[in-house]
Design a protein around this ligand. Structure first.
Ligand code: FES
Length: 184
């Protein structure tokens, strides 16, 4: 059978036409899928953003007037409110912090969350130390670890002073690890 006979066969023509149509359809399908995938990337990033975004405090919280701590002989406990992202929602949370005036006069703000397993530490005036009620972790006034199971000192938070007011950026840190690892 020669080539001319193959082309002139009605059956063979049909096969060739169908194959061309199938090829074009497949090509268009692949093109559409690729275009769809390209367009989906930014949409997916937008939709999934709350799942991988860090649940951080989103703004600075006011702690008090700097003058309030000028003569503080011991750490001062304060409750601060801060906005926190929870998925698509932004919720306002409260946390306790301690303001410690260093020997240099600089103000240091410590998270009251124990770096061991997250209990709330409190300043014990009589003992001149922070003590964690859960497992007896102890810390100096500046947050340095003294004894007990916590693997590091209390976590200091970023601060700034605006118009004479001390502000803090509240953050969460990973529990029970020796180095401070920010989660928020
Ligand atoms: S949670 Fe504070 S010592 Fe364990």
């Amino acid at each position: 059978m020669d080539k001319q006979q193959v082309i002139s066969s009605p059956d063979e023509k049909d096969v060739i036409v169908i194959n061309r149509r199938s090829f074009m359809a497949a090509l268009m399908g692949i093109g559409s899928a690729a275009m769809g995938a390209l367009l989906a990337v930014p949409v997916l990033r937008y939709v999934l953003y709350p799942l991988y975004a860090k649940a951080s405090g989103t703004e600075w919280s006011e702690v008090g007037a700097v003058s309030e701590f000028a003569s503080a002989a011991a750490p001062v406990r304060k409750t601060i409110d801060f906005a926190q992202r929870d998925g698509w929602r932004e919720v306002v949370s409260s946390q306790s912090v301690y303001v410690h005036r260093m020997e240099t006069g600089e103000l240091r703000v410590l998270s009251a969350i124990c770096p061991h397993l997250g209990c709330s530490v409190s300043w014990q005036q009589g003992q001149d130390e922070f003590v964690c009620p859960c497992h007896g972790g102890r810390f100096q006034a500046n947050g340095t670890h003294v004894s007990g199971p916590p693997p590091r000192g209390m976590d200091a938070l970023p601060t700034r002073v605006v118009n004479g007011k001390l502000q803090v950026h509240f953050e969460y840190f990973r529990s029970n690890v020796p180095n401070k690892e920010r989660l928020s």
